[in-house]
Design a protein around this ligand. Structure first.
Ligand code: ZN
Length: 70
């Protein structure tokens, strides 16, 4: 999972700029901040962090690389 550091521009009491560190969504091509960790293959102990939008899709289509055919 790629890390993303967000500089807030807010100086804390210790004189250091507050930096938020977030995961980027693991969904292919998505650059949103991951908000949820979803299990992909529990038997393989794999999980991915995705944004809220893709977390909902993940619940419907377990594998984004192989979308369900209609
Ligand atoms: Zn996403």
């Amino acid at each position: 999972m790629p890390w993303m550091a967000i500089k807030t521009g807010v100086i804390g009491e210790d004189g250091q700029e507050t930096i938020l560190r977030e995961y980027l969504c693991d969904w292919p091509g998505c650059a949103h901040i991951a908000e949820q960790v979803v299990g992909v293959a529990r038997e393989l102990a794999l999980a991915r962090a995705v944004c809220r939008e893709h977390a909902e899709i993940q619940n419907r289509a377990p594998d984004p690389d192989q979308p369900a055919r209609r």
